[in-house]
Design a protein around this ligand. Structure first.
Ligand SMILES: [Zn+2]
Length: 85
């Protein structure tokens, strides 16, 4: 998931908006996303997709489908590693 600092960088330009929106394409399938961010007591909530950070300047978005698939495949590979047949 994305760090609060990186998210602030994205939404900083819209800081006067109560619900800044990140617009971009899903990194995996190219689906055009509008991810609504809203401030919560513990940080930020995301609606409509997932924002990920793979480096200081490398932020990308995933739709919920691709995010779930990537989580599932990671779990699967961990499982295979943990218990080889
Ligand atoms: Zn996708």
């Amino acid at each position: 998931m994305i760090s609060l600092a990186a998210l602030k960088k994205i939404v900083g330009q819209q800081s006067d908006s109560k619900k800044p929106i990140y617009q971009g394409k899903c990194f995996d399938c190219g689906y055009v996303l509008k991810i609504e961010t809203s401030k919560t007591s513990g940080g930020y909530g995301l609606l409509g997709g997932v924002l990920c950070e793979s480096g200081p300047q490398n932020i990308f978005a995933l739709c919920t489908n691709c995010y779930e698939n990537s989580v599932e495949s990671k779990l699967l590979s961990d499982f295979v590693k943990a218990d080889p047949i």
